[in-house]
Design a protein around this ligand. Structure first.
Ligand SMILES: NC(=O)c1ccc[n+]([C@@H]2O[C@H](COP(=O)([O-])OP(=O)(O)OC[C@H]3O[C@@H](n4cnc5c(N)ncnc54)[C@H](OP(=O)(O)O)[C@@H]3O)[C@@H](O)[C@H]2O)c1
Length: 422
């Protein structure tokens, strides 16, 4: 077995740390953990290696004999020159993976990010460029939003109404691992995003669920977003938020899945790994913000109230002690489709925007069952639900998918396992 030597710069950082962990788990890789303070690098299987952008004299030793190198772009004005100079000392046969950012061709000042990438492309080394969206780790990093989220319940962010396809930095690390070690990625520019694009209000709602406290998005002006920064950092941050507002971080790619063989992690999964889930109970539900949805076969009007004590849509003859609703449109769509299908009608059903008039809790029928937590955001209340609107033109499931769900329910019923805890 030939051992390959890989240098990971920024090994204490958001992508460098999980990348070093992945590489250290491979018996055929010798991992050099590059940091400006190598005494803080203590991961098993990672050799602490002095690497600082301020100390070019140390670069030959840090890169000696490497087969591949992961280069985290330093966000400073001289990055193009620094990276060009670093690659001059990297062994000629080494493969270099650069961490850049999404839509880098639109990043100034003076095309700074383009010049950084060009320094790598023109280095004569084999290369791959990673262009990720915003990292989910900005919600847990003390240098970004964690204090505002946990202390004030606020996500102050200049979005201009645009969405962001947040990516888990561990997925960037997983892509980096493949592009450092596997053939077939040389000369590729890989745009990396999370699995979905989320508006900032929806992001705040999910953060609230993850943190177990209410979180609201506060829209900032770009001037407010860059307050306290100056010089190059200010220009760069301003441009970043202009690009957010232009929707340049809203697109979704399947690159993580294509390269690693598994889908990109969702924000919910990231939060579930990061925070201990706070159950939603009648005593503790203020952190769960709407909009909420309810799917049914019934035709209702705005102002109508859905009350407990009615016949169940799902089991003939059973009275429902609770009214059920969800924070996820698709869950309500299932509700509408199943209710109409089980009633034997071929009407499409209705999906309403609802407001619970009393306390509510996690629906125990789906919470911590097939998946940990309450990923379908399903809740129930013993108080009325008021209809505040109807969702027009909701997207239904394909007939085969719906039939599959109905077959599954029929099978449960046959096996006597269609027990509903109500
Ligand atoms: N954050 C995002 O959402 C995002 C999105 C797209 C692209 N990017 C780009 O990705 C690159 C990395 O950005 P990042 O924000 O994710 O940085 P990061 O990787 O978390 O950290 C970068 C550097 O900061 C030092 N560092 C990390 N943790 C530290 C700690 N706890 N204490 C002291 N120093 C620490 C490390 O260098 P030393 O060990 O050498 O000191 C590390 O290399 C940048 O070019 C950025 O523009 C970021």
């Amino acid at each position: 077995m030939t051992t390959r030597r890989v240098l990971v710069t920024g090994v204490r950082g958001k992508t460098g740390a999980p990348l070093a962990e992945l590489l250290a788990a491979r018996p055929d890789v010798e991992v050099l953990g590059g940091s400006s303070d190598p005494t803080t690098v203590s991961r098993a299987g990672v050799r602490p290696t002095a690497f600082s952008w301020d100390d070019p004299a140390g670069w030959p030793a840090a890169t000696e004999g490497i087969d591949a190198g992961y280069v985290v772009r330093p966000d400073r004005a001289d990055a193009p020159e620094l990276i060009g100079a670093l690659l001059d000392v990297v062994p000629a046969g080494a493969h270099v993976v650069l961490l850049s950012e999404q839509a880098a061709d639109q990043v100034g000042p003076d095309g700074w990010a383009v010049r950084v990438e060009r320094a790598v492309r023109d280095s004569g080394r084999s290369w791959t460029v990673l262009q990720p969206s915003w990292f989910m780790q900005v919600f847990t990093d003390p240098r970004y939003y964690v204090d505002q989220l946990t202390d004030d319940g606020e996500l102050p962010f200049a979005s201009g109404g645009a969405s962001v396809a947040w990516i888990d930095a561990r997925d960037i690390a997983a892509v980096a691992e493949h592009t450092l070690l596997d053939d077939g990625h040389a000369g590729a520019v890989l745009e990396l995003t999370g699995p979905v694009s989320l508006s900032l209000p929806r992001t705040a709602q999910l953060l609230g669920l993850g943190l177990g406290r209410p979180v609201v998005h506060r829209e900032l002006s770009i001037d407010d977003a860059v307050a306290g920064t100056e010089g190059f950092e200010r220009e760069l941050t301003e441009l970043t938020f202009q690009r957010v507002e232009a929707g340049l971080f809203a697109g979704v790619t399947d690159t993580v899945e294509r390269v690693t063989g598994r889908p990109a992690r969702s924000l919910q999964a990231f939060l579930a790994d990061t925070f201990r889930r706070v159950p939603v109970t009648h005593d503790r539900h203020a952190h769960v913000a709407g909009p909420f949805f309810h799917g049914t076969r019934s035709k209702l009007r705005v102002g109508d109230e859905l009350v407990p004590g009615r016949g169940s849509n799902f089991q003939a003859g059973r009275v429902s002690n609770n009214v059920y609703f969800t924070g996820v449109l698709e869950t309500a769509v299932w509700g509408a489709e199943l209710a109409t299908a089980l009633a034997g009608t071929d009407e499409p059903g209705h999906v309403y925007v609802v407001e619970p008039l009393g306390t509510f809790e996690d629906d125990p029928n789906v919470t911590d069952k097939r998946f940990p937590g309450n990923p379908t955001e399903s809740y129930r209340t013993r108080s009325p639900l008021r209809v505040v609107g109807e969702v027009p033109d909701w997207p239904g499931h394909d007939p085969e998918v719906l039939q599959g769900m109905l077959d599954g329910l029929a099978q449960l019923r046959e096996q006597g396992r269609d027990v509903i805890e109500d």
